[in-house]
Ligand binder design. Structure first.
Ligand SMILES: C=C(O[C@@H]1C=C(C(=O)O)C=C[C@H]1O)C(=O)O
Length: 366
């Protein structure tokens, strides 16, 4: 097909116009199918599940597998991510609660995972995101869980101990921090007295700040977006945050990508009320509390090894029930329905330990 392309501008633009018209028709045909899927789901059950994470992951993986360019695999998957988002919204627009305010990295993660055709519900704290989903005010929630430089977000892990919610997905986001100032300070960087940001972001940019702004006060606030808002209202302050926060509050970016680790990444979890079926490439998150005796942790890990199950993460947190008792958060690279997983869980059920399956979900595609 490529050889048949004209080599003049009007001819090429005519070709693009014709292709656009075909793509548009096809997108609408796809949307009609999705609408019909919505009707079928409505007929089938009382509380229909419109959003199906396992199916979406399979669609995106297939897009990447069959892609032969010149558009890159990830770019192509991102386009399909948006198409699916629009299709799902025709069935039912998803209400997504996230750690706000508008402009946070968590909002960016929610858009990366669900696409832009959602109803956004920014909330001021992680437990409020959990509560909103538990109460049915939102279909799903998005919360940060770990950062490659700064480690786990303890608050999120601790909230899982008591919550009935399930993990339905994960999103990874490369985190780039920018040093942003009000337009009026753009040429007077030397007059900056205070720098605002979230505590994790200040930590992720510590070396840069020590080098460039030694001695300038650093203030930790609830989110980068809040930091940007404060800086926009003062005439002596800068903020550190992502591009969305700068745009949201009209700040100028003075220095980009100031994070100390170039591959600084944050992982977020999608939380919901339903369990997710197997997509073929899944992860299961478990919360395990074992008896405090020698070999308890070894025995637990050995059971996974014996069944050939891969652990991608293990985190320990104080259980808050007596000193020196711990709970472990584990990610296993298998779905809960996997016979090997079932065997391990059955084995644990016979032992003095507490196991809670926090959810099985597709390994992040994008
Ligand atoms: C169309 C469906 O519903 C939703 C929309 C999807 C899509 O546009 O491909 C995929 C999964 C669901 O989130 C479906 O379940 O197949």
């Amino acid at each position: 097909m490529l050889e048949q392309l004209p080599d003049n501008l009007p001819g090429l633009r005519d070709e693009i116009d014709q292709l656009d018209s075909k793509i548009q028709q096809l997108i609408n045909q796809r949307a009609l199918c999705a609408e019909k899927v919505g009707e079928v789901k409505m007929k089938a059950g009382e509380d229909p599940l419109f959003y199906r994470p396992e199916r979406e992951a399979q669609v995106l993986r297939r897009v990447m597998e069959r892609n032969d360019g010149p558009v890159g695999n990830e770019q192509m998957a991102r386009l399909f991510r948006e198409v699916m988002s629009v299709c799902l919204a025709l069935e039912e627009p998803m209400k997504i609660a996230f750690l706000g305010p508008e402009g946070t990295f968590t909002q960016q993660a929610s858009l990366k995972h669900f696409g832009n055709s959602i109803i956004s519900k920014p909330l001021p704290a992680i437990d409020e995101v959990f509560r909103e989903v538990e109460a049915g005010g939102a279909n799903y929630g998005v919360v940060p869980v770990e950062n490659s430089t700064e480690g786990v977000v303890n608050h999120t892990l601790d909230t899982f101990v008591k919550s009935p919610l399930k993990i339905c997905g994960e999103v990874e986001l490369r985190i780039h921090h920018h040093f942003m100032v009000p337009e009026s300070l753009k040429n007077q960087i030397g007059t900056i007295k205070r720098i605002y940001s979230h505590q994790q972001s200040l930590a992720q940019c510590r070396e840069w700040l020590d080098r460039r702004f030694p001695g300038v006060e650093r203030h930790a606030v609830g989110s980068n977006a809040e930091a940007a808002k404060i800086a926009s209202e003062r005439d002596d302050a800068a903020a550190i945050g992502g591009e969305m926060a700068a745009t949201q509050y009209g700040l100028a970016i003075h220095a980009s990508n100031i994070e100390d680790e170039p591959d600084n990444t944050t992982r977020f979890l999608i939380i919901g009320r339903e369990t997710v079926l197997s997509s073929g490439k899944d992860k299961t998150s478990l919360l395990i509390s074992a008896e405090n005796r020698p070999g308890a942790l070894f025995g637990m890990l050995e059971a996974f090894a014996r069944k050939g199950l891969d652990l991608s993460r293990i985190e320990s947190r104080p259980s808050r029930q007596g000193n020196w008792n711990y709970v472990f958060f584990l990610d296993v690279l298998a779905h809960n329905d996997d016979p090997a997983m079932q065997a391990v869980l059955e084995e644990f059920a016979t032992k003095p330990m507490l196991v809670k399956v926090l959810g099985s979900y597709p390994i992040a595609v994008l």
